[in-house]
Design a protein around this ligand. Structure first.
Ligand SMILES: Nc1ncnc2c1ncn2[C@@H]1O[C@H](COP(=O)(O)OP(=O)(O)OP(=O)(O)O)[C@@H](O)[C@H]1O
Length: 343
C-alpha cells in the first residue's frame, strides 16, 4: 500500500466514566485506512469496535467520555476539531453507516428529504438539482422505484431498503472515507450480500477508504483488504486478509477462526472460546489481556507488557504467547478435549 492513508489513527484511547473512574474501552489503538482499501475491524461483542468508530466520527456524548490520541483525516486531526468544522467534514468527506437505520433515520421526515438534507448542508445545489441527485442516489443504491421511495417515511420501507437509504445518505456527497459499523447485521443473508456488493461497487467508483466493523468472518473474507482483530480494547493482530485467514498467529484470532464452521473439515468439533470479554471495570490493564481465556498456556509464554510487533512485513501480532500456542486438542491429539476445555 503506497498511497497516503486517508485516515491515520494514533494511540487512540476512549475511556468511559463508570461511577468515579474512567475505564478505557479503546486502549491505544493505531491504524490506517488507505484510499480504495477496506480495513475490517473484527472482535467479539464488547471489544471496543463501535467505541473506536464513534470516536473517529466524533459522535461520543461528551461529559462521561474521555478521548485521547489522534485520528488524522487527510491532514486534519478530527479529535481536536471544533464541532462546526467537524460538521463540515462529517457527512461530506466522511460518510457513516450504522447498524440500525431505524434509529439513525428521522421517522418524521420522508426519505427523499433526508437524503436532500445532507446536500442542504454540504452543497450549493438548487432544490431541483438536489431532488434529481436524490433520485439518482436512490437508483444507485438499488431501490427499484426511486420516485415512490422518495415520498416514503422510514417505517414504510423494509429493513434492507432503509439500510440502502442510509447508504444513499452516506455517499450523497461522495465521501473519501466510509465508516460502516455492522452495516448489515440486522438484515437477512441475501440482502446482506446485496448491500456488501453495493458498497464494493460504490468504492470502486469513488476510491473511498472503508473502515468496516463486523463480527462476520464470511463478510471479512469477501470484503476486506486488511483486517485488525481487536480484543479488550487493543489490536492483537493486524494483517492482510489472506495472511490473516491462512496464517493467523494470535491465539485470539485463531480461536475466532476455529469457532467458525467449515465445510472442508466437517468432522472437527468447533472450538469454543471459554469465558467472555470482561466488562470495562473488570479488565486487567497489565499483561496479556487474553491470558485468562487460554489458561492452559504457561504464564512464561506471555509478555509482561505485550506490544504489537511486526513479525513479517505488514503482519503485526501482540504478545509472545502466539509462538508456542496450541489448542488443548492439538497437544493431546484428540479434538473433543479442545472443544470442551474449561478454564
Ligand atoms: N457510553 C458508554 N458508557 C460506558 N461503557 C460503555 C459505553 N459505550 C460502550 N461501553 C463499554 O465499552 C466496551 C466496548 O463497547 P463497544 O460497543 O465499543 O464494543 P463492540 O466491540 O462494538 O461490541 P458490539 O459488537 O456488541 O457492538 C463495552 O464493555 C461496553 O459495555
Amino acid at each position: 500500500m503506497f498511497t497516503q492513508p486517508v485516515l491515520e489513527v494514533e494511540k487512540l484511547r476512549v475511556s468511559f466514566r463508570i461511577q468515579d473512574e474512567y475505564y478505557a474501552a479503546v486502549d491505544g489503538v493505531s491504524l490506517s485506512v488507505h484510499p480504495n482499501e477496506v480495513l475490517a475491524i473484527v472482535g467479539e461483542s464488547g471489544c471496543g469496535k463501535s467505541a473506536l468508530a464513534l470516536a473517529i466520527a466524533g459522535l461520543h456524548a461528551t461529559g462521561r467520555t474521555k478521548i485521547e490520541g489522534s485520528a488524522v483525516f487527510q491532514g486534519t486531526n478530527l479529535l481536536t476539531l471544533p464541532t462546526s468544522e467537524l460538521n463540515d467534514i462529517r457527512g461530506k468527506r466522511i460518510g457513516m453507516i450504522f447498524q440500525d437505520p431505524l434509529t439513525a433515520l428521522n421517522p418524521l421526515m420522508t426519505v427523499g428529504r433526508q437524503i436532500e438534507e445532507s446536500m442542504d448542508y454540504h452543497t450549493t445545489l438548487s432544490s431541483a438539482d438536489k431532488r434529481k441527485r436524490t433520485l439518482e442516489l436512490l437508483e444507485r443504491v438499488g431501490i427499484s422505484d426511486p420516485k415512490q421511495a422518495y415520498t416514503r417515511y422510514p417505517h414504510e420501507l423494509s429493513g434492507g431498503m432503509r439500510q440502502r437509504v442510509m447508504i444513499a445518505i452516506a455517499i450523497a456527497c461522495e465521501p473519501q472515507l466510509l465508516i460502516a459499523d455492522e452495516p448489515t447485521t440486522a438484515l437477512d443473508v441475501t440482502i446482506q450480500a446485496q448491500i456488501m456488493d453495493l458498497l464494493k461497487e460504490l468504492q470502486q467508483q469513488t476510491s473511498a477508504g472503508i473502515m468496516f466493523i463486523t463480527h462476520n468472518f464470511g463478510l471479512v473474507a469477501e470484503m476486506a483488504d486488511r483486517v485488525a482483530v481487536m480484543y479488550a480494547g487493543e489490536i492483537v493482530e493486524l494483517a492482510d486478509v489472506h495472511t490473516l485467514f491462512d496464517q493467523p498467529l494470535h491465539p485470539y484470532t485463531r480461536s475466532l477462526l476455529q469457532s467458525i464452521p467449515s465445510l472442508h473439515t466437517p468432522k472437527q468439533p468447533l472450538h469454543v472460546i471459554q469465558g467472555m470479554v470482561p466488562p470495562l471495570h473488570k479488565q486487567s490493564r497489565t499483561g496479556c489481556r487474553f491470558q485468562p481465556r487460554i489458561r492452559w498456556i504457561a504464564d512464561a509464554e506471555h509478555e509482561e507488557h505485550p506490544v504489537l510487533r511486526e513479525v513479517e512485513p505488514g503482519h503485526w501480532v501482540r504478545c509472545t504467547c502466539y509462538r508456542n500456542f496450541r489448542f488443548p486438542h492439538e497437544s493431546t491429539g484428540g479434538m473433543s478435549d479442545g472443544a470442551t476445555y474449561r478454564v
